[in-house]
Structures are given as structure tokens and as C-alpha cells.
Design a protein. Structure first.
Length: 260
């Protein structure tokens, strides 16, 4: 029997009609098994954990900080290793307090002349981050982000992430497989997902091209969700999209696209 999918809601983009902490209860009420978010550091983790426990829901993951405006991450920024180490410490501390299972390590914008130095910096930073995360039992994630939305992001293709992970050789550092970004950059989603299954640490989804609910656009999410279920994926599959109207009004896909 295929595993039932457990959906997570990214509350940095969803339920934004509500104050941030109230989105946790709203996600639980809407049928999500978990929430995740980008940068929760303005909130006291004790308050976040209290809301999670009250709603009977878990925090699946958070991001490291994005750095200065326009940088979109620090993991591959040469000469900024101390800042990335501080970002990892911050994320691990917050994540441990709220029970997060994953941390997305933001790689950052890297212009072509700086890419060789950035690659070495990235590998060194992620090796140290892996050691720090291991004792906390937290998986670190690297996400390829398409260059249409984020020009000059350090990694834009799943193939590139796979090469970096093979060189890094850390079993607690995995690929964030976001169907939205990978469809734009590479396509061939189901075969690519199956090829990289052993190194995938988390799934995210949104429609292409509008990054809205998965019941529109060019990706056949019914087939994708069925394939994930057939492979007995044990963790969460995360909605990370910008709702067309209110979040609740657009949740019909949970009945029409999720495998029975």
C-alpha cells in the first residue's frame, strides 16, 4: 500500500491574511500535518513551540538568514564564513527549541567571477555545519533555485546540487527538491526525482509559472503526488505557494490531487 502523504504549509507565504503565530492553528485546522517558514527569528521560540503544541502540529523546517539585502544567503559567500557560522548557530538553536527537523541553508547570490572561490567556501561551510547539526538530529537542506526568479543564485539545478553533495559526503545534508524551481530549470520531474531519491531531504511544490496552488499550470501534480506516495516517502511534502485569494479558499487540491 502506498504511504499517505502528509502535507506541510509554508506559513511565510500561506495564511498571510493572519498574524504569523495565528497561522499555525489555521494550518492545523485546514488539515496540514506540519508547518514550515523562512525566517522566524523575530519571534520567541518558546511562543512558537507553545502554539505548535496547542495546535497539535509540528514545525518541519526553517531557513538560515538571508544576509544583507539582495544576498539571499551566506553559505557560498567567500570571506563571510564567520557570518554563516553564526547563522547556522542561530538556526540550530531556534530549530532545536521548536522541534524543527530540517534547516534550509541559503547559499546566496554569487556572480560568475566569484564562483570558484564560492564553491570551496560552500563545501567548507557545509562540512562544519553538518558537524554542528548532527548532534541536534537536524537535516540540512540545499535547494536549487531557478535563475529566472533569482539570477546568479549559487545553485540553480538539481544536477549541480547532486555533484556538491557527492563531494561533501555528509549523510545529514540533503537536497531540497522544489518542483517549482526544478521544473523551470530542468523539467523531467518524475524521472529526476526518482534518480535523486536517496539524496532528497524534503519536497516543496507550487504551480508553474505563477507559483500558486498546484491545481493549475504546467505540472501534473496528481501524478507527482502519486509517485511520492508509491515510494513510501516517510516525511512531509510542503506547499510553498502564493495563494490566488485566501489560503483556505484555494485548498481544494488537497482532495482532488492527493492520492486516496
Amino acid at each position: 500500500m502506498p504511504a499517505a502523504l502528509r502535507f506541510s504549509a509554508n506559513i511565510s507565504l500561506m495564511f498571510t491574511e493572519l498574524p504569523f503565530l495565528d497561522r499555525i492553528e489555521a494550518a492545523a485546522q485546514a488539515g496540514f500535518a506540519a508547518v514550515e517558514c523562512h525566517y522566524p527569528y523575530e519571534f520567541d521560540p518558546r511562543d512558537v513551540k507553545q502554539r505548535l503544541d496547542a495546535a497539535g502540529i509540528v514545525m518541519n523546517g526553517i531557513n538560515t538568514v538571508a544576509g544583507k539585502p539582495g544576498e539571499f544567503g551566506l553559505a557560498a559567500q567567500a570571506g563571510r564564513q564567520d557570518e554563516f557560522a553564526a547563522a547556522i548557530d542561530q538556526a540550530l538553536s531556534f530549530g532545536a527549541k521548536v522541534g524543527a527537523g530540517t534547516i534550509h541553508c541559503m547559499s546566496g547570490i554569487v556572480l560568475p567571477p566569484a564562483r570558484e572561490a564560492a564553491r570551496q567556501t560552500f563545501l567548507e561551510n557545509m562540512a562544519k555545519a553538518s558537524d554542528a547539526a548532527r548532534s541536534a538530529g537536524i537535516t540540512l537542506l540545499i535547494e536549487p533555485i531557478n535563475r529566472y526568479d533569482r539570477p546568479d543564485y549559487f545553485v540553480s539545478r538539481s544536477d549541480d546540487v547532486a555533484v556538491l553533495l557527492a563531494e561533501l559526503r555528509r549523510d545529514n545534508v540533503k537536497m531540497m527538491f522544489d518542483f517549482y524551481h526544478i521544473q523551470i530549470s530542468e523539467g523531467d520531474l518524475i524521472r529526476r526525482m526518482e534518480a535523486y531519491w536517496p539524496i532528497i531531504g524534503h519536497f516543496q511544490f507550487a504551480s508553474v509559472p505563477k507559483r500558486q496552488e498546484p491545481d493549475e499550470g504546467e505540472i501534473a501534480y496528481g501524478a507527482i503526488f502519486a509517485t511520492i506516495a508509491e515510494h513510501n516517502w516517510p516525511d512531509f511534502v510542503a506547499a510553498e505557494y502564493k495563494p490566488r485569494t485566501t489560503t483556505v479558499e484555494g485548498l481544494g487540491w488537497m482532495q482532488t490531487l492527493a492520492p486516496a
